[in-house]
Design a protein around this ligand. Structure first.
Ligand code: FAD
Length: 309
């Protein structure tokens, strides 16, 4: 299968870029190894319960991103959740992943396909996938977390320029273990704090879950320390930090580990050409800034770059 532009990753950066390129009439395909789109803007549904278990809210400062969000608000996909320092914090009315799936409409997105290697023959890229598919493309964009992108180019024996490689290897991410806790009745968690807990999200209060559902994000330090421990035990321990030792009112605990939660160090460029010509482009929050808005800015700048070529 050949396409003009192949984008690896259907998170907010990959989809924002695909949307721009598709609108400009360019042929592009997005691949994602996940079951759906969204990446770290993820909403988990289990029976009637819903959890935003990655990004919780979005802050916007860039005019271009504000325009995108104004449109999404008009469509009923996004709403202002709360304000801090008089700045709006936005969320998806049906969860964070719905923002990405709404933006993906009209784009050619193929989920459940994991890219395994990137190979360049001097003219065309070949992207070999775990299911045996091979895609060829004139331009490849990777929005995967940087260590995963490095793995892809290494698997295809692509040489990155010395400076680019050094720059990419300097990008490191913190981890985050998230416990997803269902309760039999609503609990007021607003005043609860614990040294191992970075954030407690109330998905019922947020309006995305019809039943009481709480997202607990461990601190980066706790997540790092407990990464290899039994995940269910770690989640139980996090739930106890919030709901007490006896877990009164807790009916279920699920868990998710974000290995590449947020980049601690980011690149100085909002997107990167990994070769001398822009046929391999790297985008995402490691470039535009370690938040949803940064990932979008990276994609918008990459769109200008690719369309300007
Ligand atoms: C726990 C947590 C809390 C956060 N809280 C906030 C917050 O409140 N506000 C905020 O602004 N930001 C927050 N963030 C950060 C925010 O989620 C990210 O900055 C943003 O979503 C990154 O988008 P992206 O498109 O760059 O990457 P991603 O969303 O990671 O997208 C990359 C995609 O690439 C896919 N992929 C990777 N490798 C392959 C492969 N080999 N083949 C195919 N597909 C592949 C992945 O499946 C993924 O879907 C949080 C993140 C986490 C984890």
């Amino acid at each position: 299968m050949h396409t003009d532009i192949l984008i690896i990753g259907a998170g907010i950066s990959g989809i924002t870029l695909a949307r721009k390129l598709t609108a400009a009439g360019r042929q592009c395909i997005v691949l994602d190894k996940g079951r759906g789109v969204g990446g770290r803007m993820s909403t988990r549904r289990r029976d009637d319960v819903r959890f935003d278990h990655g990004a919780q809210f979005i802050t916007v400062r860039d005019q271009r991103v504000q325009k995108m969000f104004d449109d999404l608000i008009t469509q009923g996909i996004v709403r202002e959740w709360f304000r801090a320092d008089d700045t709006p914090r936005y969320c998806g009315t049906q969860g964070m992943s719905r923002i990405v799936s709404a933006l993906a409409e009209g784009c050619d997105v193929r989920t459940g396909i994991e890219a395994q290697s990137l190979l360049h023959d001097g003219t065309v890229w070949s992207v070999a996938c775990a299911n045996g598919n091979v895609f060829t493309a004139t331009t490849v964009v990777s929005s995967a977390p940087v260590p995963q992108t490095i793995g892809l180019v290494d698997n295809g024996h692509v040489q990155l320029g010395g400076q680019v490689r050094t720059q990419l290897e300097a990008i490191v991410y913190e981890r985050c273990i998230a416990a997803l806790v269902t309760c039999t009745s609503p609990c007021d968690v607003r005043s609860i704090s614990h040294p191992d807990v970075a954030y407690i999200g109330d998905n019922l209060d947020k309006g995305i879950s019809p039943l009481p559902a709480y997202t607990i994000h461990a601190t980066p330090e706790f997540s790092e320390r407990m990464w290899d421990a039994d995940r269910n035990e770690v989640a139980r321990c996090l739930a106890q930090c919030v709901f007490g030792k006896d877990l009164v009112g807790v009916s279920d605990i699920d868990v998710h580990g974000w290995k590449f939660s947020r980049p601690i160090t980011i690149s100085s460029a909002t997107c990167i050409h990994a070769l001398e010509h822009p046929s391999l482009v790297l985008i995402g929050d490691a470039f535009g800034g370690p938040r949803v808005e940064g990932a979008i800015i990276s994609a918008l700048d990459a769109a200008e770059l690719i369309l300007g070529c």
